[in-house]
Every structure is written in structure tokens, then in C-alpha cells.
Design a protein around this ligand. Structure first.
Ligand code: FE2
Length: 334
């Protein structure tokens, strides 16, 4: 596919500064990577929640992980309201987990100076052993650390769980956190059945939360080269995402930052996999906003009426920013 000229890309991006309703084609014209960045937005309506999300960050404390951690802390301190939570989207620890790693590569890495809030984790493929990393029991170590250290910000109550924020009695967001490790050696057949029952039951359960999100490590739709779309998860969860009012799907796994809207699907699909590991190349699908030029993380501000989702680089720039209503009205701001 021929690449559009820079002039054509600028025109297309400018054309996106308007409201669209489920306009997959319009979002796709936002291009694969940013031509220019905007300052991050830090002033929002009061009464909402502020969340950060990052994935694929557990690189043994290298410079890339440090740069994103520092950018998160700096951004959080620039907000005029406190952070509610960080969503840790998996591949939390590459390589074996040694006893000091929770302290060095989580507690100290993600400074309480700015990031003094719970980190809710899910399981990436590298969080299992030994197929992806030569250590048995890596995931259980992460579950155990949360259980044995209730004062820690590290929250990982189970392989799959429900999270209601700010509280279960008055939720603004209901998140269903899942384990998408369907490969041989990870979830057992019995666990897959149990998780499926849990997922359906949680989707059916009546909730006062205006927002319903699904969180797991693996994107169902991705333009990252090497992984791409996940046929197993599409088979397993695709119909449920169409049948229930899920508005946001958050994942990592591909080391890119991406926002796509997919025909016949209600949710906005976010990939936030640029938290520290080496970035991936892209495939040639170009279905939405996709960036593989920068490490970074997501900021999400939630009110009952509106989501603001910012894609923020380790340099502190905003490279994509969209708003969305529960019904799916979408406005691309950057
Ligand atoms: Fe992964």
C-alpha cells in the first residue's frame, strides 16, 4: 500500500477534529504515527476518576522502563486531582522473578511520589513460566506478593476478577479483568471454562456503573507486527463484546500504542504495550491510530458522561487524545 504524502496525512488529521459516531474509516485516517504532538491535558472536570494504564513494562529495570515510570509520575503530579488507580496490563516481569524484584522493579520503580495508588494487574504471557521465561510459578509469585503484602500498591487478587471504581457500592466504572493466556501450558481447560462462566455472569449482572470495560493482556485487534489479531480470543470473547455494552477494551502484548474502532463492535479497542519493552514494527492494516515510535502509557479520565483517553509518550507529549460517550460518540482531539 503506498504511503500517503505528509501533506495528505496532515489534511487527514485535521479532518479528524470533529465528532464522529463509530466512524472506523475516519479513525483509520488518523494515520499510523503522529506527525506532531500536543501538550498533555491536565485539567479536567472535578468528580471524575483518573486512571493510568501501561503494559509490557517489566524489563528488569532497564532505561526504557525507567523513562516511562518517570513520565507517569511526572504526569500524575501535574494533575490537579489524585490518581485513582493504575492498570498494569501484563508482562509485568520479564525474566525470572528474584526476591528483590518486587521492591526494585515495582515498589521503587513506580514512585509513590505521584503514583501513590493501587496498581491492578493482569497476567501476560511472560508472567507465566516456563514457556516464555524459564521459571515455574511466576504468576503465583505475583498473586502471592499481593496476598502477603496487603499494604502494597500491587493488587492482583486472582487470574480473573471484577474491579469497580471508585467503590462497589457506587461504581463509575466496572472492569472485568481477564486472563487471556489460552495457550498450552497456561490456563487449564477447567480454568478456561470457569473463567468463561465468570465473564458471562459478570456481563449479565446488573450494575449501576455507566461504564463497562474489559481488561486483559492480549489485544483482540492489533496492527502490531508479529502478533496481530487474536483469533482464539475473538472466538472466545468476540460475540460477548458485541452482545453486551462494553465500551472499552484495554490490552498490551504488542509493543505499540493503538486505538481502533472496529465495524460491528461497540468498544473502543486500546493497546497500551509501550511501557518499557522494545517497540514492535507494524503490519500493513492501518485500521486506526497506531504508534510504534514512542514508549508511553495511557491516561484515562472518567466521568458518567464522558471518557478522555490520552496517549502519552515517555517524553511527556500527547500523541493521540479522544473522547467518547457511553453510547459511543467519538471525538478525536489530537
Ligand atoms: Fe505479552
Amino acid at each position: 500500500m503506498p504511503r500517503p504524502t505528509d501533506a495528505a496525512k496532515i489534511t487527514r488529521r485535521e479532518a479528524l477534529r470533529r465528532t464522529v459516531l463509530f466512524s472506523t474509516a475516519a479513525l483509520a485516517t488518523s494515520g499510523r504515527s503522529f506527525l506532531r504532538a500536543a501538550p498533555v491535558e491536565t485539567k479536567f472536570d472535578s468528580g471524575g476518576l483518573h486512571l493510568l494504564a501501561l503494559g509490557d513494562y517489566g524489563t528488569h529495570g532497564d532505561a526504557r522502563q525507567i523513562s516511562v515510570a518517570r513520565a507517569m509520575s511526572k504526569f500524575a503530579k501535574s494533575l490537579d486531582q489524585p490518581l485513582t488507580a493504575v492498570l498494569a496490563l501484563g508482562d509485568n516481569f520479564y525474566k525470572p522473578i528474584t526476591p528483590n524484584r518486587f521492591q526494585d522493579h515495582f515498589e521503587d520503580m513506580y514512585s509513590k511520589d505521584g503514583l501513590d495508588c493501587p496498581f491492578y494487574a493482569c497476567a501476560g504471557n511472560h508472567d507465566y513460566g516456563p514457556k516464555y521465561d524459564p521459571q515455574e510459578g511466576k504468576l503465583q509469585m505475583q498473586l502471592d506478593y499481593a496476598k502477603n503484602n496487603p499494604d502494597s500498591r500491587w493488587k492482583f487478587p486472582a487470574k480473573w476478577y471484577t474491579l469497580e471504581l471508585p467503590s462497589a457500592d457506587k461504581p463509575l466504572v466496572k472492569m472485568i479483568v481477564l486472563d487471556g493466556n489460552f495457550w498450552e501450558g497456561a490456563l487449564t481447560p477447567q480454568e478456561k471454562i470457569a473463567q468463561r462462566r465468570f465473564f458471562e455472569a459478570e456481563l449479565k449482572k446488573k450494575s449501576d456503573a455507566p461504564w463497562l470495560w474489559v481488561v486483559n493482556h492480549f489485544p483482540i485487534f492489533s496492527d502490531g507486527h508479529g502478533h496481530g489479531d487474536n483469533a482464539a480470543l475473538l472466538r472466545e470473547w468476540g460475540k460477548l463484546l458485541q452482545d453486551y455494552p462494553v465500551s472499552l477494551c484495554l490490552a498490551g502484548h504488542d509493543h505499540i500504542m493503538q486505538h481502533v474502532q472496529v465495524d460491528d463492535y461497540h468498544p473502543s479497542f486500546i493497546v497500551s504495550g509501550a511501557g518499557g519493552a522494545a517497540l514492535y514494527k507494524l503490519n500493513d492494516k492501518c485500521r486506526g491510530y497506531t504508534n510504534n515510535s514512542s514508549l508511553g502509557f495511557n491516561h484515562i479520565h472518567v466521568t458518567p458522561e464522558k471518557l478522555n483517553v490520552q496517549f502519552i509518550t515517555s517524553d511527556g507529549d500527547c500523541i493521540h487524545h479522544f473522547q467518547r460517550t457511553p453510547k459511543g460518540e467519538l471525538t478525536v482531539k489530537v
